[in-house]
Design a protein around this ligand. Structure first.
Ligand code: TYC
Length: 120
């Protein structure tokens, strides 16, 4: 009598949800949402003593504005009491403030500026 190989039941591939067909672990896919970094605006303040020409030069030099834009920003500060000279990351904004205060102090002017978080 010929010996017959015992029939083995067909193997139905089972798949756990965390493995793909090849048996590799499949991580759950999630869309990553990373909040953009908080930005800071450098706000220059008006005073009665700093010459307009000095403010215009400072805005051109440290905020990369051309003469016309710098003059407009200076006049806005003069009329409104304050104005935004630029928007930067926290560290860069702090450096701009330092540069302006340093240049003003060296020139003997009371010009002030601050950095503040931009409201969303
Ligand atoms: N108000 C100053 C003046 O009349 C000019 C000025 C403008 C000063 C802007 C500061 O941030 C300033 N000489």
């Amino acid at each position: 009598m010929a010996t017959k190989k015992p029939l083995t039941p067909p193997v139905v591939p089972t798949r756990r949800p965390d493995r793909d067909e090849g048996g590799s672990v499949v991580l759950e896919r999630r869309t990553q949402r990373v909040a953009p970094p908080q930005m800071y605006q450098v706000v220059m303040l008006n005073d009665d003593y700093t010459p307009m020409e000095f403010v215009v030069v400072v805005i051109q030099e440290f905020f990369g504005k051309d003469l016309e834009s710098a003059t407009q920003i200076m006049l806005k500060i003069h009329l409104d009491g304050k104005g935004v000279c630029g928007v930067y990351s926290k560290d860069v904004a702090a450096t701009k403030v330092d540069q302006v205060l340093d240049a003003a102090a060296k020139a003997g002017h009371p010009l002030q500026c601050v950095s503040e978080p931009v409201e969303l």
